[in-house]
Design a protein around this ligand. Structure first.
Ligand SMILES: Nc1nc2c(ncn2[C@@H]2O[C@H](COP(=O)(O)OP(=O)(O)O)[C@@H](O)[C@H]2O)c(=O)[nH]1
Ligand SMILES: [Mg+2]
Length: 313
């Protein structure tokens, strides 16, 4: 496909079009992903999450500068499932990102709920594949850790960095939000504010409780003041250390396998769900529905009578 060839050759407009195709989940999608997939496997994917306002975008922005100093290419996807309501934040991000505009080694894109609902985790996986194929060495996925969709999206990362701030409250919240399980690195940002030490101590305690196995990665707690460019160099050093550790211990390969398995399952689920809905809308499905409405059958009986539960499953 000419579009893919141009994207692989570094044409940014083609990359943008490919990403839009993926977001729109249109008819060319399958051919597109078929061509992209064989070219993937080089990029390291870093998820950055944390509560809104913690400084994820500011940290990302400074991290991009650190990565560029090593000469590597970096792409950022900002995932914002609530995009219609966060115009202000997006504007702020745009202004921040302008310092990287014109740098061919940096590509920044935000993904919203465009296209079908529930397709965000699949879309973001395929966007990551496209960016990987397009030759970006680092892919940063920024998402607010507030819901299941966001947690699903983070599964596509090779490493997850959780950004917290002193005022984000008790570290118990971190455990409640399921962030403790997915964090490979913690950042306590806005360390210029009081109470930062307290949060750092709480996190260190929590990590100590969760991991006492020496063969496991020691989750670091990095203190930053991203706005003032303090501590982000150390963060980058730790991210690289994690990447080396993960390569050495086969973690990357395991995560890659899980990522691809999830992609296959999502393709199957969406095809099956389309098929089942179509069958349901046809006359046999509607007859079953009528029976249930007339109380001649229960929903479970109807499901078992459908070809999907009686034969195929
Ligand atoms: N005081 C202080 N403010 C910061 C720091 N880092 C980011 N901010 C500010 O916090 C606000 C939210 O930052 P942003 O990166 O958009 O947060 P996000 O919602 O997590 O992406 C912005 O006004 C930033 O300028 C910091 O280290 N100290
Ligand atoms: Mg942000």
């Amino acid at each position: 496909m000419e579009l893919i060839d141009k994207m692989l050759a570094g044409d940014r407009l083609s990359l943008a079009r490919v990403i839009s195709f993926i977001e729109d989940r249109g008819e060319h999608l399958r051919k597109l992903v078929d061509e992209i997939y064989p070219k993937t496997g080089n990029a390291f994917v870093l998820g950055i999450t944390g509560p809104p306002g913690a400084g994820k975008s500011t940290v990302t922005d400074k991290l991009v500068a650190e990565i560029r100093r090593t000469g590597k290419r970096v792409a950022v996807i900002a995932i914002d499932p609530s995009s219609p309501f966060s115009g202000g934040a997006i504007l702020g991000d745009r202004i921040r990102m302008q310092q990287h505009s014109g740098d061919p080694g940096v590509y920044i894109r935000s993904l919203g709920t465009r296209g079908k609902h529930g397709g965000l985790s699949q879309s973001s996986k395929e966007v990551v594949m496209a960016l990987d194929a397009a030759g970006f060495d680092w892919i940063i996925v920024e998402t607010a850790g507030v819901g299941q969709t966001e947690l699903d999206v983070l599964k596509l990362g090779h490493a997850v960095c959780v950004v917290l701030v002193p005022e984000s409250g008790d570290s118990i919240q971190v455990m409640k939000a399921g962030l403790m399980e997915i964090a490979d690195l913690f950042v306590v940002n806005k360390c210029d504010r009081p109470e930062a030490d307290k949060l750092v101590k709480e996190l260190v305690n929590m990590i100590g409780m969760a991991h006492d196995d020496a063969a496991k990665w020691n989750i670091p707690v990095i203190q930053t003041q991203a706005l003032f460019n303090q501590g982000v160099g150390e963060l980058f050093t730790q991210v690289q250390a994690y990447r080396d550790f993960a390569h050495k211990h086969g973690t990357i390969e395991r995560k890659r396998a899980a990522f691809i398995e999830e992609e296959i399952l999502e393709i199957i689920w969406s095809k099956m769900s389309r098929d089942v809905r179509r069958k349901m809308a046809e006359s046999n499905g509607q007859k079953l529905l009528a029976k249930v409405l007339e109380k001649k059958a229960t929903p479970y009986e109807a499901a078992r009578k459908s070809q999907y539960l009686s034969k195929k499953l």
